[in-house]
Design a binder for this molecule. Structure first.
Ligand SMILES: Nc1ncnc2c1ncn2[C@@H]1O[C@H](COP(=O)(O)OP(=O)(O)OP(=O)(O)O)[C@@H](O)[C@H]1O
Length: 320
C-alpha cells in the first residue's frame, strides 16, 4: 500500500494541504484538477524530489524524501516528468536501455525490444533521439521509465505530445501492461479519457485539497458539482426550475449534453449555434436566462425554435 498521511507542501504559498491517500498495489490512480492545482507537485513529493511535512509510506516503509537521501528519488519508483529528459545524441533503443545493466546483454536487448513494442517504436529503434518528434520522444521516455520494472510509476501528462490516432491504442496497451506487471501507477492528467477509461480511482484536487474522489464512473455520474463534472468535458449547469416548473428551491443541476434530447414538446429554446463533433452535433441553445448544450444527430440553424427534454432518470438521480 502507498500511504500519504497529511502530506502538505508550500512553495511561496501553500500548494497542498493535508493530503491523505491509500493506494493499493497495481492500482491505477488518476489525479485531475485545473492547471496549477498541484498535481505535479504531488508526484514530486511521492517520488522524493520535494520534502513534505507529512508522511509517505510504501509497504509500511517510510519514504524519507530529499532531506535524507543523498540522491533524491526512490529506486523502485519511476517518475516521468513533463520534460522527458532524454539523451538526445543516443538512439531511441539506447535511451530505453540506458539504466539497464550491460552484464546480461541478451536479456537487455530482449527487454528493450519488448518495451519498444509496448510504445510502438520498434521501427525507430535506431534513430537518434534528437531526430524524433515530440510525441516519439515522449513514447521513448515512457519505455525508459518502465525499463527497470518499477513498483510505482508516476506519470505527469504522459500523452500530451502524442497524436489522438496513436494515443488511444497506446493507452490501452500501456495500462494493460501495467496491470499485467502489477505496477502501481499514478497519472496526473488534464485528459478526461485517462481519468475515465483507465483509472481504477480518480482524485480531484482543488484549493490545495482533495476535493472529490471515487471511481471514474461515480465521479462522472454523480459529480459533486459543476466543477467536478466540467473536468470530464462539456457540461450544463441548469437552474432546476427551468427543467421542473414545480421545483421550489433555487438550486442548479449538472446535466451532460448527451442527457438532453430535442423533442416535439418540452422546454422551449432557441438555437444559437451548432458545433460538429463527429458522431453528433453539439447544439447551443438559449432557454430562459441559460445557455444550454445538447447533443443532436443533425445540425440545427441559428434562430430555430425547438423544445428539449431531460432523458428519463437523470434528474431523479441528481436532485437530492
Ligand atoms: N518551483 C516552484 N516555485 C514556486 N512555485 C511553484 C514552483 N513550481 C510550481 N509552483 C506553483 O505551485 C502551484 C502548483 O504547481 P503544479 O506544477 O504542481 O500544478 P499542476 O496542477 O501540475 O499544473 P499543470 O496542470 O499546469 O501542470 C502552481 O501555482 C505553480 O505556479
Amino acid at each position: 500500500m502507498l500511504q500519504l498521511k497529511n502530506v502538505s507542501f508550500t512553495y511561496d504559498e501553500p500548494v497542498l494541504k493535508n493530503i491523505n491517500m491509500n493506494i493499493k498495489p497495481a492500482e491505477n490512480i488518476s489525479i485531475i484538477g485545473e492547471s496549477g492545482c498541484g498535481k505535479s507537485t504531488l508526484l514530486k513529493l511521492i517520488y522524493g524530489l520535494l520534502h513534505t511535512e507529512g508522511k509517505i509510506t510504501w509497504k509500511d516503509k517510510e519514504l524519507l524524501g530529499p532531506n535524507f537521501n543523498l540522491v533524491p528519488g526512490e529506486d523502485f519508483i519511476k517518475y516521468l516528468a513533463q520534460d522527458f529528459d532524454l539523451m538526445l545524441p543516443l538512439s531511441a533503443a539506447d535511451n530505453v536501455g540506458k539504466y539497464l545493466s550491460n552484464f546480461y546483454p541478451v536479456k537487455k536487448k530482449r527487454r528493450i525490444k519488448e518495451l519498444l513494442e509496448v510504445v510502438e517504436m520498434t521501427d525507430l529503434a535506431d534513430k537518434k533521439a534528437k531526430l524524433l518528434s515530440g510525441g516519439q520522444q515522449q513514447r521513448i521516455a515512457l519505455a525508459r521509465a518502465l525499463a527497470k520494472e518499477p513498483e510505482i510509476l508516476l506519470l505527469d501528462e504522459p500523452f500530451s505530445h502524442i497524436d489522438h490516432f496513436r494515443k488511444n491504442k497506446l493507452r490501452r496497451k500501456l495500462f494493460a501492461y501495467l496491470k499485467e506487471q502489477n505496477i502501481t501507477c499514478i497519472i496526473a492528467t488534464h485528459d478526461s479519457t485517462d481519468a475515465l477509461a483507465f483509472a481504477d480511482r480518480t482524485f480531484v484536487l482543488k484549493n490545495s485539497k482533495i476535493y472529490a474522489q471515487g471511481t471514474p464512473q461515480e465521479l462522472y455520474e454523480q459529480p459533486k458539482n459543476h466543477y467536478v463534472a466540467s473536468l470530464f468535458g462539456d457540461v450544463n449547469y441548469i437552474p432546476v426550475t427551468l427543467l421542473k416548473a414545480d421545483h421550489k428551491k433555487s438550486d442548479k443541476v449538472v446535466v451532460y449534453p448527451h442527457e438532453l434530447k430535442i423533442a416535439e414538446s418540452g422546454i422551449e429554446a432557441t438555437v444559437s449555434k451548432s458545433y460538429f463533433k463527429g458522431e453528433v452535433f453539439l447544439v447551443e441553445v438559449s432557454a430562459g436566462n441559460s445557455t444550454i448544450l445538447i447533443d443532436h444527430h443533425e445540425e440545427l440553424i441559428a434562430g430555430k425554435k425547438i423544445c428539449f427534454k431531460v432523458k428519463d432518470g437523470v434528474l431523479e438521480s441528481r436532485i437530492k
